[in-house]
Write a protein that binds this ligand. Structure first.
Ligand SMILES: C[S@@+](CC[C@H](N)C(=O)[O-])C[C@H]1O[C@@H](n2cnc3c(N)ncnc32)[C@H](O)[C@@H]1O
Length: 270
């Protein structure tokens, strides 16, 4: 998506977006007003942000294999195609992590829904995984990442934050997601943040739907990464099993709750 189109989309979104107080859906209103943070939550979030701050100053180099459409640098599937990895500094890897605002949204949603089983596609250095895991110490987070050095960095970061409810899976989404799903009875919460293209997005979505239930929550990051991704998000919105969607411009949230009419909200933030 070119910069001008993105900017126009941004203006349009915020002109038509509504605030929490204009939401008429009791389902959505209850969620958004129920997501309060305690002082303990704020301390945990501050710890993740402190770690991020340090990593943003980390000039150490790692070998990075560009996967899918994960970065504007290259869209080639280097690792799968046997192309060599490129050297990237940790501070640049960290820049592709969820922004603090989306991290807090992930945290709040996990705190509210208390999912037992969370699946994340795209660990990178583990910033978003940390938000998911620290919000919900009783839940188990399965996170998939194909870049060995990113996965190593994530492992180190989880240790530093004292997190123990994460199972890291190393490999591609295409290989690892079906075998993970084969082992899981259900999924309660899914965060898709890698391989930002429509067809893979819809493939992972359909696969996860097989283990989903009416209370499962889906979050898709970077829905406006490209026209192709936006089209993928629109297909999710229109899917017959999706009843409620929240468009936060950067990310989209889809609920499968049954017994209510299809609803779509553009929000300024939550
Ligand atoms: C945007 S980053 C994830 C950021 C992370 N969720 C965070 O907020 O901290 C996307 C990650 O997905 C990984 N990735 C992309 N396509 C993949 C694929 N097909 N299989 C496995 N990993 C993939 C990339 O290596 C990259 O580390």
């Amino acid at each position: 998506m070119n910069a001008l189109k993105f900017f126009i989309g941004y203006i349009k979104h915020f002109l038509s977006a509504i605030s929490i107080h204009n939401i008429h859906s009791p389902f959505v209103f209850q969620i958004l007003t129920g997501m309060q943070l305690s002082d303990e939550d704020s301390d945990r979030i501050a710890n993740i942000e402190k770690l991020r701050k340090g990593l943003l100053r980390d000039n150490s180099e790692i070998i990075f294999f560009e996967m899918g459409a994960g970065s504007k640098i290259s869209s080639a599937d280097q690792k799968e195609s046997g192309k060599p990895g490129i050297k990237r500094m940790m501070r640049d890897i960290i820049k592709s992590s969820v922004k603090p605002e989306l991290g807090v949204i992930l945290y709040k949603l996990c705190r509210y829904f208390k999912p037992e089983v969370v699946v994340e596609l795209g660990t990178s250095a583990g910033i978003s995984t940390a938000f998911l895991a620290m919000a919900d110490p009783g839940g188990k987070i399965f996170t998939i990442e194909n870049n060995p050095s990113s996965a190593d960095a994530a492992e180190k970061n989880f240790r530093e934050l004292g997190i123990s409810n994460i199972e890291q899976i190393r490999g591609t989404f295409d290989n690892e997601l079906p075998s993970l799903l084969g082992k899981l009875r259900k999924i309660d919460f899914i965060f898709i943040d890698g391989n930002h293209r429509k067809d893979p997005l819809l493939k992972y979505f359909e696969l996860c739907l097989e283990k989903s239930h009416p209370s499962t929550v889906f979050i898709f990051d970077d829905i406006r990464w490209s026209d192709d991704m936006l089209s993928g998000w629109e297909s999710v919105r229109n899917h017959e099993r999706v009843s409620v969607t929240l468009d936060l411009f950067q990310a989209g949230i889809a609920f499968l709750v049954t017994g209510i009419a299809k609803q779509h909200y553009r929000l300024r933030g939550i």
